[in-house]
Design a binder for this molecule. Structure first.
Ligand code: FMN
Length: 210
């Protein structure tokens, strides 16, 4: 598939057919995810491929529990209602996919950040001067991953909602303490073909300085 077609044709897929994802396709997808750029070529990523259905249900249950806690904390009825909706699908839909890829990253601490910390800059100022380069790297890998999956005929959904249950996810998947999950990506053969979601106009998002 041509690159521009892959970028334009990809959609977030939230309904999957009960059909397997080939192991060789998963390997091909991860192979190109790792070609993404990263700060200092640190490659701050790791991918856990979850094919075990009971484990996936356990993860979804943990997300539901964490969302319930959030609902309990919320003081606003409208927000509570929205979160109830998220609990049913937006945060948990991965449990209905044949495979979920859990994307891990690791802290990326540059010399610059160390110097800024030594100079007692606050976290907000450090974030402005070093806008999460590690997270930007792993995000580039995720974008490669979802585009490659689409090119092979699979649907995906980049999900950060489930990370509300980060500590439970770490425990359930026995994740090495040096790493932490940043996204869940369900993958499977699409069972829906959603229309393109609206995008801001080019003139709204682009400024040319001559
Ligand atoms: C960082 C990030 C986090 C997202 N988290 C979720 C999520 O938790 N659940 C979900 O259903 N979709 C999630 N999405 C998908 C967005 O809702 C979707 O990309 C957006 O509405 C545009 O639709 P499209 O991907 O079909 O173009 C996320 C996307 C990104 C990039």
């Amino acid at each position: 598939m041509e690159l521009f077609d892959a970028i334009k044709g990809r959609r977030s897929i939230r309904k999957f057919k009960d059909a397997p994802v080939k192991d060789s396709d998963i390997v091909a997808i991860i192979d190109v995810a790792r070609k993404a750029p990263s700060p200092g070529n640190s490659q701050p990523w790791h991918f856990i491929i979850v094919k075990n259905k009971p484990l996936m249900k356990q993860l979804a249950e943990a997300v539901r529990k964490a969302t319930d806690q959030l609902i309990g904390w919320s003081k606003d009825e409208k927000t509570k209602k929205k979160l109830e909706g998220y609990k049913k699908s937006y945060y948990t839909l991965f449990e209905n996919a044949p495979v979920t890829i859990v994307v891990l990253t690791e802290p990326y601490i540059s010399d610059t950040e160390i110097i800024l910390k030594e100079q007692s800059f606050n976290q907000e100022e450090i974030l402005l001067r070093r806008p999460l380069p590690g997270l930007q790297g792993v995000s580039a890998a995720i974008q490669n991953l979802i585009l490659a999956a689409h090119a092979l005929g699979y649907g995906t959904c980049w999900m950060t909602g489930p990370i509300i249950a980060v500590h439970e996810i770490i425990k359930i998947l026995n994740i090495n303490p040096s790493k932490y999950p940043v996204a869940l990506i369900p993958i499977g053969i699409p069972d829906e073909s959603p229309a393109e979601r609206p995008r801001k106009g080019i003139e709204e998002i682009m400024t040319i300085i001559k």
